[in-house]
Design a protein around this ligand. Structure first.
Ligand code: ACO
Length: 432
C-alpha cells in the first residue's frame, strides 16, 4: 500500500476523499482515482488522455522529457545496436532476454507458424488491385480470427502464447501478400531457411521470373527499423488493442483494430505522409515556404514527422534512425539522394525556428524511416504496413499482459455529457 495520498475535496459539498498515489519503477507518481465516482460521485475529464494512465504495465517505459525509451528495462539504443527483431519479440512477450535454447525454440516456432491457410489467400482477390495495402491488411488480419476461433481459449495461457507466436509469424506473410496483390505477382511462400527479415524481403521481392537475394545491409537496416517500431507504451493503436482485448474480443480481431488506429496520419500514417511532404517540397529553396505554412494557424498543414504527444525532446528512435539512414545510403551508394538533403535541411531550419523551439517540436521516429524504406525499394503505400508488422509484436505482448492482469476488467471510459436536456418526443406532423 502506498503511503502517499492526494486529497480531493469537493468545495460545493465539503466532501473529501483520499486517493492513493502509486509510484512506478520510473515515471511520475500516479493518483489512483478509481474510487472517485463511488466516493464523490464525480468523473475525471482528460480529453486525449494527456495525464491519464490507463493501466499498469511492465513492458515499455518512456520518458518524453528526457528522450528515454526502454523495453523491459533495456534501453532502445542497446537493443537497436545489439539485438535482433525476433529477440526483441521474445523479450516483449516474455519479460526477459532468452538464452540460446529459448531463442532457437522461439525462432523454430515462428518458422513453423509462418504460413497462412490457402483459403485466406482468397480474401485478397476481393480487393481492387490498387487498394491501399493498409485496407487489405486490416481485412486479412481480421479474417485470421475466423481460422483459429474454435481452437482459441483466451483464458488458457498456452493458447494465448500460441496466438502471440502466430501473430508474430504470420504478419510478414500477410504484409508481403498485400504488396504482391498490388503489383499483380503471385504470392511467395515463406522460406524456412531464411531469417525473419530476409524471409519477409524475399516474400516481398522475389518472383518466378526474378531471382532475389536481399543484401546484408538491407536486412540489418530493416531489422533495426522493426526493433525501433516494436512497441511504444500506451499509444493510440496499443490502447485500441487493449480496449478491444478488454472486451474479450478475438485477439486477431484486436490486432486488426490496432492496424486501423495505426493507419491514421497522426500516428503510423505519418511515415508515408513525410515522403509525400518531402516530394511536395521538391527543392531546398521551397523549405521556408513549407515551414511558414506549418506555423500558420489558418493553414491545416503540419510538418509531418515532427512533434510527438509524449516526446518533448528528441525522439530517441529518431536519432538511431537518422544514423541508420546515413549508413544505409552510404553503403548503397545513394548518399546524394535529394530527398535526404531536403529532410536534413528541413530538420536544421525547423530546429532553429522559435515556433518549433517554444513548442518543443522535434523530429519523431517517422521523419527518417520513410527515407530508409524508400532506399530499400519499399513503395510508399507499404510504409505503414511495415510499421504494423513491427508493432504487432508490441500489440500482442500488451494483450498478453492485459489478459494476465489480476485487475483485468473491461475498459469503459465515461464522459461529460453536454447534449440536450430531456425533452418529449413529438410526432413528425407536429414539428415545425
Ligand atoms: N507542425 C506544426 N505545428 C505543430 C506540429 C507539426 N508537426 N505538431 C504540433 N504542432 C503545434 C500545434 O499546432 C500546437 O500549436 P499551438 O500550441 O500554437 O496550438 C502545438 O504544436 C501542440 O500540438 P498538439 O497538436 O497539441 O500536440 P499533440 O500532442 O496533440 O499532437 C502529434 C502530437 C499528433 C504527433 C502532432 O505533433 C502532429 O500532428 N505531428 C505531425 C504528424 C506526425 O508526425 N505524427 C507521428 C507521430 S509519431 C508516431 O505515431 C509514430
Amino acid at each position: 500500500m502506498t503511503e502517499r495520498t492526494v486529497t480531493i475535496t469537493d468545495q460545493a459539498t465539503g466532501k473529501s476523499m483520499e486517493c492513493p498515489v502509486w509510484a512506478g519503477t520510473y515515471g511520475p507518481p500516479v493518483i489512483d482515482t478509481t474510487r472517485l465516482y463511488s466516493e464523490l460521485g464525480m468523473f475525471i475529464l482528460d480529453v486525449g488522455f494527456v495525464a491519464t494512465a490507463s493501466c499498469r504495465s511492465a513492458v515499455t517505459f518512456l520518458d518524453g522529457e528526457k528522450g528515454v525509451l526502454m523495453h523491459r528495462g533495456y534501453p532502445i539504443d542497446q537493443l537497436a545496436e545489439q539485438s535482433t527483431f525476433t529477440e526483441v519479440c521474445y523479450l516483449l512477450m516474455n519479460g526477459d532476454l532468452p538464452n540460446r535454447t529459448q531463442m532457437d525454440d522461439f525462432e523454430a516456432n515462428i518458422r513453423r507458424h509462418s504460413s497462412v491457410h490457402e483459403h485466406l489467400e482468397r480474401f485478397y482477390s476481393g480487393y481492387l488491385y490498387n487498394a491501399h495495402p493498409m485496407a487489405i491488411l486490416v481485412g486479412v488480419t481480421g479474417a485470421l480470427s475466423s481460422y483459429y476461433h474454435e481452437a482459441l481459449d483466451i483464458w488458457d495461457p498456452e493458447d494465448r502464447i500460441l496466438t502471440a507466436l502466430r501473430v508474430i509469424a504470420k504478419m510478414p506473410v500477410l504484409a508481403a501478400h498485400c504488396y504482391k496483390h498490388n503489383v499483380g505477382q503471385p504470392f511467395v511462400y515463406s522460406d524456412p531457411n531464411l531469417g525473419y527479415v530476409a524471409n519477409f524481403l524475399n516474400m516481398l521481392f522475389s518472383a518466378p521470373h526474378l531471382h532475389y537475394e536481399p543484401s546484408p545491409v538491407a536486412v540489418r537496416t530493416l531489422d533495426k527499423l522493426l526493433i525501433l517500431h516494436a512497441d511504444h507504451e500506451q499509444n493510440a493503436s496499443t490502447s485500441t488493442v487493449r480496449l478491444a482485448g478488454s472486451a474479450e474480443a478475438n485477439p486477431f480481431a484486436c490486432i486488426s483494430a490496432g492496424i486501423v488506429s495505426l493507419w491514421g496520419r497522426s500516428h503510423g500514417g505519418a511515415n508515408e505522409a513525410v515522403i509525400r511532404m518531402l516530394n511536395d517540397i521538391g527543392t531546398a529553396d521551397n523549405i521556408p515556404k513549407f515551414v511558414a505554412r506549418a506555423k500558420d494557424k489558418q493553414d491545416p498543414f503540419r510538418l509531418m514527422g515532427f512533434g510527438h504527444r509524449v516526446y518533448k525532446n528528441y525522439d530517441p528512435r529518431a536519432l538511431i534512425i537518422r544514423k541508420a539512414c546515413h549508413e544505409l545510403l552510404v553503403e548503397s551508394g545513394a548518399v546524394n539522394q535529394p530527398i535526404l538533403e531536403i529532410a536534413m535541411q528541413l530538420e536544421e531550419i525547423a530546429l532553429k525556428d522559435s515556433y518549433f523551439i517554444e513548442r518543443r517540436l522535434y523530429p519523431n521516429v517517422d521523419f527518417y524511416s520513410g527515407i530508409i524504406l524508400q532506399a530499400l525499394n519499399i513503395p510508399t503505400s507499404m510504409f505503414t504496413v511495415l510499421f504494423a508488422l513491427a508493432r504487432s509484436a508490441g500489440w500482442i505482448s500488451q494483450w498478453l499482459e492485459l489478459m494476465n492482469d489480476p485487475d483485468y476488467r473491461i475498459g469503459r471510459p465515461r464522459q461529460l455529457y453536454v447534449g440536450a436536456e430531456q425533452r418529449d418526443y413529438i410526432s413528425i406532423e407536429q414539428r415545425g
